[in-house]
Design a protein around this ligand. Structure first.
Ligand SMILES: Cc1cc2nc3c(=O)[nH]c(=O)nc-3n(C[C@H](O)[C@H](O)[C@H](O)COP(=O)(O)O)c2cc1C
Length: 176
């Protein structure tokens, strides 16, 4: 099913070691990326993947330390590529893992560069217990003038089984 609304997913997703229900595991494709790709299948939207210029560490605890330092110091890490505008889109899905209760700071770097006026925003997270945490409230602070819809939170360990939940969320918000 394809949407008549022009949609884009902006997301960040980390690969490497991650903490899952059954302990620390290596993942080759990030959980948030799995969700982003389901949204693309469902809505036929475009994807923009946020990539930090300096990659986050592969090692889980090192990555946690870097993430905490960036959050505590309100950093805006540089990106490989920047999306300059979202003029051609009606609906922007914004996806991130929850890191220390917040979106990773690279999300702020990208979102703050855009003009959100008149856009519809569909926020989603993957997490291991915190749900949406502060993601939606943080996105609302940045996406001024946008209609930010109710967010969707998916357990990282469940992403591969989440297609119907994602589809329902999109339909409930009349985005198809
Ligand atoms: C640095 C770091 C911090 C995290 N902090 C939280 C957290 O505060 N709450 C939570 O539920 N999960 C937390 N997690 C788990 C991730 O949100 C979860 O595994 C997510 O699905 C990862 O998505 P990704 O594979 O797309 O990066 C954290 C993971 C990392 C690496």
């Amino acid at each position: 099913m394809n949407s008549d609304k022009k949609s884009l997913v902006i997301y960040f997703s980390h690969t490497g070691e991650n903490y899952m229900k059954d302990g620390i595991r290596n993942i080759n494709k990030g959980n948030t990326e799995v969700v982003a790709e389901f949204i693309r299948k469902i809505t036929n939207c475009d994807l923009f993947k946020i990539e930090p210029l300096k990659s986050y560490p592969y090692n889980y605890s090192e990555c946690c330390n870097v993430a905490k330092e960036e959050l505590n110091n309100n950093r805006r890490p540089e990106l490989v590529n920047y999306l300059d505008n979202i003029d051609n889109y009606d609906v922007i899905y914004v996806g991130n893992p929850v890191w220390w209760g917040y979106p990773p700071m690279v999300i702020y770097t990208q979102l703050e560069k855009l003009n959100w006026d008149g856009k519809i925003v569909m926020p989603f997270t993957t997490h291991e217990g915190s749900g949406l945490a502060n993601s939606v409230s943080e996105i609302k602070k940045i996406a001024l003038g946008a209609d930010v819809k109710e967010g969707l939170a998916i357990f990282g360990s469940d992403v591969n089984n989440s297609k119907s939940i994602i589809e329902n969320w999109i339909k409930q918000n009349n985005m198809l």
